[in-house]
Design a binder for this molecule. Structure first.
Ligand SMILES: NC(=O)c1ccc[n+]([C@@H]2O[C@H](COP(=O)([O-])OP(=O)(O)OC[C@H]3O[C@@H](n4cnc5c(N)ncnc54)[C@H](O)[C@@H]3O)[C@@H](O)[C@H]2O)c1
Length: 254
């Protein structure tokens, strides 16, 4: 008699799951057979993504509303997520905000608010995930080419500095968590068509200028970035940690 053992599905928490790259990542991971929990400040949007994911595979997906900048909310959200998933293989931190305030008009309050979500929010989620992961855990953060080149697309100083922070934070986490067998990488997208840039893309001249900065002369779709993220959190990426995968249609080429 042969006994077939059904492998335990991989599990993932995805922040920013209500929209754009985070939503596309939940759906890509669902296609790959993961169970997921989406965390987002937009509860309705995160629920809608979980509902779409449930249509893709028969496994259960859910959403937990939380503000990534709020420590107590995030600890509670990770507890709820683990109660649902049972164990945690993967974290993707896609929650983030853009800011386009001109340098000389930028207030400290705005700078702090962007930093609190993009950098401290990412840190909090990495810390809480790592506490709940076993060896083999995978974490993918989302930086931006803005963090590599100091903005110059749509985002300005607070955004660019926050994404530079995510780049350094990712490497620091990769060093700190290596002994636990957890790999931490980042995807740095170029312009990607999501609600974050939709308003800016109504300005044809702006869009054409930014697209022309990339050799492929185009804007990425969220599902293309999700595919890069899904690779970095897969078992195939076992030799990769502390790395930046630049998915920018050939803008940086460094
Ligand atoms: N779209 C681009 O061109 C682009 C380029 C480079 C990097 N990125 C980065 O990709 C990530 C995803 O962006 P997107 O384009 O999908 O944008 P998006 O606006 O479509 O999605 C961002 C999500 O983050 C959530 N969010 C915002 N603040 C939050 C908070 N405090 N707590 C919990 N959730 C919060 C929003 O509700 C939203 O669902 C961001 O970190 C962004 O900086 C985007």
């Amino acid at each position: 008699m042969t006994t077939s053992i059904t492998p335990t599905p991989r599990t993932a928490i995805v922040t920013g799951a209500a929209s754009g790259i985070g939503a596309a990542t939940v759906l890509e991971l669902a296609r790959q057979g993961y169970r997921t929990v989406g965390i987002d400040i937009n509860a309705e949007g995160a629920d809608a993504t979980a509902f779409e994911a449930t249509k893709i595979n028969a496994l259960t997906h859910t959403a937990v509303p939380a503000d990534v900048a709020d420590e107590a909310q995030i600890i509670a959200a990770f507890d709820r997520a683990l109660g649902f998933l049972g164990h945690l293989d993967v974290l993707v931190t896609s929650a983030g905000v853009a800011d386009t305030t001109p340098f000389m008009s930028l207030s400290v309050a705005t700078f702090r608010a962007v930093h609190a979500i993009n950098v401290i929010g990412t840190f909090l989620c990495i810390r809480e995930a790592a506490q709940r992961m076993q060896r083999g855990g995978r974490i993918c953060t989302i930086a931006s080419v803005a963090g590599l080149r100091g903005g110059g697309l749509s985002g300005t100083a607070a955004y660019a500095a926050s994404k530079g922070g995510v780049l350094a934070l990712t490497k620091s986490a990769a060093r700190a968590l290596a002994a636990q067998g957890i790999c931490v990488n980042t995807v740095a997208p170029g312009a990607t068509y999501t609600p974050m840039i939709a308003e800016h893309w109504k300005n044809d001249a702006h869009r054409a200028r930014v697209e022309a900065m990339s050799v492929l002369n185009r804007t990425a779709d969220a599902h293309e970035i999700a595919a890069s993220i899904a690779f970095l959190v897969s078992a195939q990426a076992s030799a990769i940690t502390g790395s930046t995968l630049v998915a920018d249609n050939g803008l940086m080429m460094y």
